[in-house]
Design a protein around this ligand. Structure first.
Ligand code: P5A
Length: 440
């Protein structure tokens, strides 16, 4: 991508409305724009990051055996009347009428809709277990939308829904998502700790929130500090192994960890004082087991091996991609801007032409840009005629992991400078060596 032809509206000044660093940096880097309170456009740079986050989420959902579909944002009120949640959900639900005066709503979550899909086509236990997910916009008319896309009214959610014949089966399904979440957040460069949590309007008794420790987090959390160094389930985790997944769940729930709603002061005080972590956190995921809460009132049942009909046991599993992007920034930035983990960086490398219009600099940059693009890298080429200082500031602000800097003096020697955004380390090397670093 040539910066001269891209759309990346950088702000020079700090936006006044931004209270936390991620919101400030997302606005300054031209990643998002507020359209009305708590409703955002994702501009091209932000969209790139969001897509990469979603690709990792999708990859891990698929690995754990979940199947992707796509459900609409608008739902009929009838389904919610069946489950009894239409009235219970309150003012957070945006209610709409269509031209025939039929009550509709902008979905805040999809338990009812997916239960409807399930009951219309699945009739036998032989088709279980089943886990269906999508990555879709949601709307919740939050009283206090704030911190940019961290808590917005319209936001994206990966929501998965599992169906099993028995409670034991449902627990295995829960453990699959539990392990998949640990892997997902790790690949996003984050340490998320599962904590016992309140179930709120989704319901059920078993539930864990996945929390990233951060001073700007909205939740107050309490946990054992050893969680910070626990091992993440590996790439070859067998998601069909009931015992294997139970062992992961048992290990990750063996020490104290709870959000403030579920906090047990006495149990926390039993943790040795030096091991207690009492901090603030950002909830990036939330998983629930709620048994037959939706399947019973909505008549979602299958024939079991005993020939009888059974209401299915269900769980639901949410991750907030549009919250994850600012959460990653909260965890990884410095005074100059964002520092993206390589896995979600909008570009793998930025090529900075320090003197656009100078034949040798232009030729060198074109050569590197073409070679890296051909090697399948996402390359941003700063070919604008801005001052070198502005270009460096922009590259640092948008947080691309590697900068290749081509200035007249180095280029005359057949060399460029390679800068690591995270450490700030700079290295001069031949043009060929700079290319090979990515191609090899
Ligand atoms: C689980 C999947 C649910 O809605 N039903 C379907 C269940 N859970 S939840 O905890 O209410 O939300 C899941 C995740 O969505 C993100 N999230 C938000 N992100 C940005 N702005 C919001 N206002 C917002 N509300 C929820 C969080 O990451 C949450 O864990």
């Amino acid at each position: 991508m040539r910066l001269s032809r891209y759309f990346m509206p950088i702000l020079k000044e700090n936006p006044k409305e931004a209270e936390i660093v991620s919101h400030r940096l997302m606005l300054r880097a031209g990643m998002i724009r507020q359209q009305s309170q708590g409703i955002y456009s994702w501009l091209p740079l932000g969209k790139r990051v969001l897509d990469k986050v979603n690709a990792i989420i999708r990859d891990e959902q698929n690995r754990a055996g979940a199947i992707e579909l796509s459900m609409p944002t608008l739902q009929s009120a009838e389904l919610w009347q069946e489950s009894g949640r239409y009235d219970a959900y309150g003012k957070e639900m945006l209610r709409i009428k269509d031209r025939q005066d039929r009550p509709m709503l902008y979905g805040p979550t999809n338990e009812e809709m997916v239960t409807d899909i399930f009951r219309s086509s699945v009739k036998s236990y032989k088709d279980l277990p089943l886990n269906l997910y999508h990555i879709q916009l949601k709307f919740r008319d939050e009283i206090r939308p704030r911190f940019g896309t961290m808590r917005s009214r319209e936001f994206m959610m990966k929501d998965a829904y599992s169906f099993d014949l028995t409670r034991e089966g449902a627990e295995h399904s829960y453990n699959k998502m539990f392990a998949a979440y640990l892997r997902t957040f790790d690949r996003l460069g984050l340490r998320a700790i599962p904590m016992r949590a309140d179930t709120g309007p989704i319901g059920g008794k078993l539930s864990h929130e996945f929390i990233i420790l951060a001073d700007t987090g909205e939740s107050e959390v309490f946990c054992h500090k050893d969680f910070v160094d626990f091992d993440i389930p590996g790439e070859h985790t067998d998601f069909d192994s009931v015992e294997g997944l139970q062992a992961i769940f048992d290990k990750w729930t063996s020490l104290y960890a709870a959000t403030s709603e579920m906090h047990d002061e006495a149990a926390f005080n039993a943790v040795p004082e030096g091991d207690r972590l009492s901090a603030r956190g950002i909830e990036v995921g939330h998983i629930f087991y709620f048994g037959t809460k939706y399947s019973e009132p909505m008549g979602a049942k299958v024939q079991g091996p005993d020939g009888k009909e059974h209401f299915v046991h269900m769980g639901s599993y949410g991750i907030g991609p549009t919250r994850l992007v600012p959460a990653i920034i909260e965890a990884s930035h410095d005074d100059n801007g964002i520092i993206w983990p390589a896995s979600v960086a909008p570009f793998d490398v930025v090529v900075i032409n320090m003197k656009a219009g100078d034949q040798a600099c232009d030729d060198t940059c074109e050569l590197i840009y073409a070679a890296l693009t051909k090697a399948g890298k996402d390359v941003l080429y700063d070919d604008t005629d801005d001052r070198a200082g502005t270009k460096f500031a922009t590259a640092d602000l948008i947080g691309v992991p590697v900068q290749i800097i081509a200035g007249p003096r180095a280029v005359a020697n057949g060399e460029v400078e390679v800068k690591d955004r995270k450490t700030g380390a700079r290295e001069t090397m031949t043009i060929e060596a700079a290319i090979n670093r990515f191609v090899a």
